[in-house]
Design a protein around this ligand. Structure first.
Ligand SMILES: CC(C)(COP(=O)(O)OP(=O)(O)OC[C@H]1O[C@@H](n2cnc3c(N)ncnc32)[C@H](O)[C@@H]1OP(=O)(O)O)[C@@H](O)C(=O)NCCC(=O)NCCS
Length: 288
């Protein structure tokens, strides 16, 4: 079990500032500075850190926000950042930190945590959608404009905005396990999920987005699968043009599907020599 701590002092928040420079290298513009972290945690926000000994190896940061709804303004928690030291990824730390954030927000009486992430990052999708049980029906093109840090520079910053309904059975069930195995493609295939962007061409180790999209059925008729690259960051480093074509391709698909009432409800990751990643979209209520 990681050593998780709620961070409130200026000294520990400096550690968070430093860790951000490691996670998002190359530009100060992505770093949330100590004074902002401090102001947030003193007013209903929370920073939770994961430690190995006295070394901070991961953190999650969020603050309260307001959403305008038809029945008036409603409180929610905005989870702005999660970052794990590069040498400590894929060990369940992201899951453990989000779980601690979930407990904190529930204790505050919150119902919903929102955040954004790049929909082409397969690991983030696996964590957010499959393991944590967040859902999504909103894709925002170039949300942050041009970003300058090493993880984001050079591509439009499209983002999924996800909702994590913290008191739902769906989320409680996923968080009651230490780690949820994602469902595989075969299981969805046997449930007659329709893959709308089958990849036919590979450029070196990377899939190329198909030029044709299979026609998108009505949401009521069943499940959809949308393939994304399993390692978009590696693709971006080696072939930025291919990465850009995936950005444009996936934006078009997600915008179309969401406009027709689909919701992202699961994610299937198939590891292996040529790993593959698929969003699962279905029709229904995003708050179940
Ligand atoms: C995204 C991030 C916070 C996740 O933290 P983490 O500790 O690595 O995540 P976890 O280990 O809890 O969960 C990741 C899961 O994805 C799996 N995974 C690894 N590579 C994957 C891939 N290419 N595709 C799909 N799943 C993948 C992991 O095996 C793990 O699943 P498992 O527990 O079933 O084995 C971390 O990787 C990170 O700091 N990334 C850079 C910054 C970032 O993107 N922050 C989030 C936006 S603010």
């Amino acid at each position: 079990m990681p050593d998780l701590r709620v961070l409130e002092t200026t000294e520990t928040l400096y550690q968070v500032e430093e860790l951000q420079r490691l996670v998002w290298p190359g530009s100060e513009t992505t770093v949330v500075p100590v004074h902002m972290l401090r102001a947030a945690v003193d007013h209903g926000g929370v920073v939770i850190g994961a430690y190995e000994g006295e070394l901070l190896i991961g953190f999650v940061f969020g603050f309260p926000g307001i959403e305008e709804t038809s029945s008036g303004p409603r409180l929610m928690h905005v989870s702005h950042m999660a970052g794990i030291h590069p040498e400590y990824r894929n060990r369940g730390l992201g899951f453990a930190l989000k779980r601690a954030q979930w407990q904190f927000v529930r204790q505050q009486g919150g119902e919903r945590i929102c955040w954004t992430y790049d929909p082409l990052l397969s690991r983030n999708a696996n964590l957010n959608i499959a393991k944590l049980g967040a859902v999504c029906n909103t894709n925002i093109p170039n949300y942050y404009g041009e970003m300058r840090d090493g993880l984001n520079a050079g591509l439009p910053s499209d983002r999924f905005r996800v909702d994590w309904w913290v008191n739902t059975p769906r989320v409680e069930k996923r968080l009651s396990q230490t780690s949820r195995r994602s469902r595989n493609l075969a299981q969805y295939r046997s449930a007659e999920a329709k893959l709308i962007n089958p990849v036919h061409e590979w450029i070196a180790a990377f899939p190329a987005p198909p030029t044709e999209i299979v026609s998108i059925p009505n949401p009521e008729t069943g499940l959809l699968l949308v393939e994304i690259p399993a390692d978009f960051q590696a693709m971006r480093a080696v072939n930025p043009q291919l990465a850009l074509s995936w950005r444009v391709h996936s934006r078009q698909i997600f915008q179309t599907c969401f406009a027709r009432g689909y919701i992202v409800t699961d994610f299937a990751f198939e590891p292996g020599e040529r790993p593959r990643s698929f969003y699962v979209l279905s029709h229904g209520d995003s708050t179940f």
